[in-house]
Design a protein around this ligand. Structure first.
Ligand code: GDP
Ligand code: ZN
Length: 302
């Protein structure tokens, strides 16, 4: 092995990381000098590309963390310079998971997840699980999302329907499943990675104890290539802070109209000659999506 050699961080705990190099996972410690450098972001997280050196026969040391193409992160609330809490580096895809049946689809929450993905510049894919419970008139809203440019995959962890398509979407990328509790994320992940055996809650257990076992942030390698990121706190983005600025840019279907508003700083809520509102009234922008925009904007404190 060349020295230093490049690898992918697949597990990260204080001071130590598991690094995947040529398909093999090795443990390395962080070089002291790296740990002591002042920074506003996490030093090393899953998904990071690092350079690993072998100073002697017995030890492996991370000597450099390579620049990140993307950071899936949340800002820590509180005073002072806000430190960024990076959950996954170089994440490429967010599998935004909802379902037919229970819990019922909440469009506002779906738009909230999509907004977070857009804001972090990570491609979202909408995954609709429990297709075995689908009602015939369930599909209308999906066209809206597809026309915005969000793929919608119908799957069932129970019957296995759509799983090949889902596996295809995950191929060769670093992805993470997010979505509310009860939609079947654990069930889907267990189907994709049977060795992992995540705990599946029975419906009655949902508010019960024992559901949250401590998990360490890890990237699981997929049999066909690609990785699934799983880290405490990542699955339920529902409580994340929202961006206030540029919120309208996180709605891709507004893009062509935004430029045509009379006011450059148009918020698309109360201003005259707003091209976005005109497009909503003309039926060119989905009204529910626009409602989400207005609500999320209020919530962000605009
Ligand atoms: P999570 O909270 O998103 O991880 O959801 P779980 O994987 O724990 O699943 C929640 C409930 O939905 C469990 O009772 C599962 O058995 C059930 N479930 C998961 N996938 C499906 C599916 O495709 N069809 C049906 N009918 N039920 C499912
Ligand atoms: Zn406007």
């Amino acid at each position: 092995m060349a020295d230093p050699t490049q690898g992918l961080v697949v597990r990260s705990t204080a001071g130590f990381v598991d690094v995947r190099i040529d398909g093999e996972v090795v443990q390395a410690r962080m070089r002291g000098r790296l740990k002591n450098t002042p920074r506003t972001t996490d030093l090393c997280v899953i998904g990071d590309q690092v350079m690993v050196s072998r100073p002697d026969e017995l030890s492996l040391v991370v000597v450099e963390v390579l620049p990140r193409a993307s950071r899936f992160s949340r800002k820590q609330p509180g005073r002072g310079p806000r430190k960024e809490d990076v959950l996954v580096a170089n994440l490429e895809q967010l599998m935004v998971t909802f379902c037919h049946g229970r819990p019922p689809l909440n469009r506002r929450l779906l738009d909230r997840f999509l907004l977070i993905a857009e804001h972090q510049r990570i491609q979202p894919v909408v995954v609709m699980n429990k297709s075995d419970l689908r009602e015939p008139d369930d599909a209308d809203w999906q066209k809206t999302y597809e026309s915005v440019g969000y793929p919608v995959l119908a799957v069932s962890a129970a019957t296995g329907a759509g799983m090949d398509e889902l596996a295809g979407a995950l191929l060769g990328k670093i992805s993470a499943f997010v979505g509310p509790s009860g939609v079947g994320k654990s069930s889907l992940i267990n189907r994709i990675l049977p060795d992992l055996e995540l705990k599946i809650a029975s419906v009655s257990d949902h508010h019960g104890k024992g559901r949250h076992t401590t998990r360490v942030a890890s990237l699981h390698s997929l049999p066909q290539g690609g990785f699934l990121a799983d880290t405490p706190g990542i699955r339920e983005l529902g409580t994340w802070a929202l961006p206030i600025e540029h919120l309208d840019q996180c709605f891709p279907e507004f893009a062509v109209y935004r430029q045509q508003c009379a006011f450059r700083s148009c918020s698309h809520t109360h201003e005259p000659r707003c091209a976005v509102v005109d497009a909503v009234n003309a039926g060119d922008i989905d009204r529910e999506r626009y409602e989400s925009y207005v609500r999320l904007r209020e919530e962000a404190g605009a």
